[in-house]
Design a binder for this molecule. Structure first.
Ligand code: ADP
Ligand code: MG
Length: 215
């Protein structure tokens, strides 16, 4: 499956979730390829740190900030992998547009503030564009950095907001604001690998993985 974690807005948790999802799939026994479509290369840096520390399972990772290169590479290499996870962002990013046309699933992380919810309309236009080229793109929005204390009201408001953007289905598997997510992804790890473990973070990630890949 080709999954893009994308949003035209920065700082919403694309890289954090892409790194966590890629590693979680590798632990599930899948051959995973993580593609960094952002020229800042944050996901690539995280995976380099992982590789240098010798951590297994290793994750294949490449950076293609240019859409044309990303498309050509994914078309050529996808058969070698069970899952491809693409971290793509940027309002005018050619890599995001290319990724959407190639993807089976788009995951849009957004934060429980109105500005982020409005930004969903931006990326909804790109979803329409991708669907006009190729049928079958499933698009989901998920809360990231949800407040651990006010989970249920955040969730209710977020799902109502997503209901106004018909291109997306709301995934009721929010990821909450936890140091574990920031610490793990920065070190090229999934929260599933942290010692000592963070059971709440692990449960949230596992629920998201199940919703995306088994749902
Ligand atoms: N669920 C979370 N809990 C705590 N911090 C988070 C979470 N998700 C992301 N962050 C932090 O928020 C910042 C932006 O996340 P990042 O994944 O880099 O966003 P993007 O790739 O969309 O720009 C980073 O400092 C990251 O560590
Ligand atoms: Mg990023």
């Amino acid at each position: 499956m080709i999954l893009t974690v994308g949003n035209t807005k920065g700082g919403v948790g694309k890289t954090t979730l892409a790194v966590n999802l890629a590693i979680a799939r590798a632990w599930a026994g899948r051959d995973v390829w993580l593609i960094d479509g952002d020229r800042q290369g944050t996901a690539q840096t995280a995976i380099s740190i992982r590789a240098e520390s010798g951590r297994q399972p290793g994750i294949a990772c490449a950076t293609y900030p240019d859409g044309q290169t990303l498309r050509a590479q994914v078309q050529q290499q996808r058969g070698k992998f069970d899952d491809v996870v693409i971290d793509a962002g940027g309002r005018d990013s050619t890599s995001l547009r290319a990724a959407l046309v190639l993807s089976d699933v788009l995951l849009v992380p957004f934060q429980p503030r109105s500005y982020d919810v409005w930004a969903l309309n931006d990326i909804a236009a790109l979803v329409d564009e991708a669907r006009s080229v190729r049928d079958g793109l499933r698009a989901f929005a998920v809360l990231n950095c949800a407040d651990p204390g006010e989970a249920s009201s955040d969730n209710a408001e977020a799902s109502a907001a997503v209901a106004d953007v018909p291109q997306f289905a709301y995934l009721a598997t929010p990821i909450r604001r936890r140091k574990a997510f920031a610490n793990a992804a920065g070190a090229g790890l999934s929260v599933l690998e942290l010692k000592p473990p963070d059971p709440k973070a692990s449960a949230e990630l596992s629920a998201l993985v199940n919703a995306l890949f088994e749902g």
